[in-house]
Design a protein around this ligand. Structure first.
Ligand code: NDP
Length: 313
């Protein structure tokens, strides 16, 4: 691409698309590279009930389709590709897509979000997509009427356990401590659900299975007594948090020890002029669709201001 874009947006969750809506309405002709999971984490959510403006709630994928349409309505170009490399060393910023396209842009808005974490067991890889999944909402359907195990004790794990309980015969939650991190309302919900069994102080020892059936059971160990037991299960869901998708920026931008990008307090500005951050890639505290959208708006306004100050537009 020889043309220098006014605004390249990397990522297509609520932050990226909101940035695109604002940037396109400001005539910046933004281009969004969606990344490997177009729509971001909301694509793997069912009902969103806390986004203002939807009194009856909305399905996550529907909401992201609406965001995309709204951005495109004002001229945003959406490219279903992943950015794999950036270079912020020159006055014009550069990025490369997975297909090898070089993109030049005066401003870049980073909204690459965060991805699911894994336990790191070899058996997780062996049975990936054959019973092992990090998304109950995407894959729970395949285990209707069967037994499932889910690891994690945060709001995500509770939400996904509740979701699975509606589809599966029995759901086993593996909690590594004697308490949950999740909000009380979510904890109460799983505790009251008859077909959810909570296993406290319990770690995953091994996911068991075979070539033909995929996952067949999960061997767990009580970390207080060292007692092991095997739970028959067709599925193993991991819901232990997320990692920001920021590796490709590490040579250019400041980040904390977990990889969350650091912006100027209260702003979307980074230490590189013309590079702005938004969404979960820079937010480990709130991580909500509405806060991501708000920060996408901030990044687009900051990008527009920068382009005006530099007399590029
Ligand atoms: P969290 O970081 O909140 O929780 C991760 C959980 O996984 C913790 O309970 C942690 O255990 C456990 N865990 C981490 N590593 C391991 C491991 N190796 N083995 C076993 N367990 C492990 O992540 P979530 O994704 O649940 O939530 C992220 C944020 O999103 C939170 O702020 C949450 O409130 C929010 N959220 C809100 C929702 C809602 O309001 N509807 C829905 C979903 C998420 P430990 O507690 O022992 O550290």
């Amino acid at each position: 691409m020889s043309e220098i874009l006014n605004c390249l947006i990397i990522g297509s969750g609520p932050a990226g698309y909101t940035a695109a809506i604002y940037a396109s309405r400001a005539n910046l002709n933004p281009v969004v590279y969606t990344g490997p999971e177009p729509g971001g984490q909301l694509m793997i959510t069912t009902d969103v009930e806390n986004y203002p403006g939807y009194p009856e709630g909305v399905m996550g994928p529907q909401m992201m389709e609406d965001f995309k349409k709204q951005a495109e309505r004002f001229g945003t170009k959406v490219i279903m590709e992943k950015i794999v490399k950036v270079d912020f060393s020159g006055p014009v910023h550069k990025a490369w897509s997975e297909a090898g396209t070089e993109i030049q842009a005066h401003t870049i808005i980073i909204s690459t979000g965060a991805s699911a974490k894994w336990l790191g067991l070899p058996s997780e890889k062996t049975f990936m997509n054959r019973g092992v999944s990090a998304c109950a909402v995407c894959d729970g359907f395949f285990f209707r009427g069967k037994d499932a195990v889910i690891v994690g004790a945060g709001d995500t794990a509770c939400e996904e356990a509740s979701y699975l309980a509606k589809l599966c015969k029995n759901v086993h939650m593996l909690i590594r401590r004697d308490e949950m991190r999740a909000s009380k309302i979510m904890q109460d919900r799983v505790k009251k659900t008859e077909n959810i069994t909570i296993h406290w102080n319990t770690n995953t020892d091994e996911i068991l299975g075979n070539d033909e059936d995929g996952v067949t059971a999960v061997r767990v160990v009580n970390n207080k007594t060292n007692e092991k037991k095997t739970i028959p299960s067709s599925a193993f869901f991991v819901a232990i948090g997320h990692k920001p998708n920021t590796d490709m920026f590490k040579d250019f931008l400041d980040m904390d020890d977990q990889g969350y990008l650091i912006a100027k307090p209260g702003r979307s500005l980074t230490k590189i002029e013309g590079v702005f951050v938004s969404g979960d890639a820079q937010d480990k505290i709130y991580r909500q669709a509405v806060t991501a959208a708000g920060s996408g708006c901030m990044a687009a306004l900051d990008a527009e201001r920068y382009l005006t100050e530099k007399e590029i537009i």
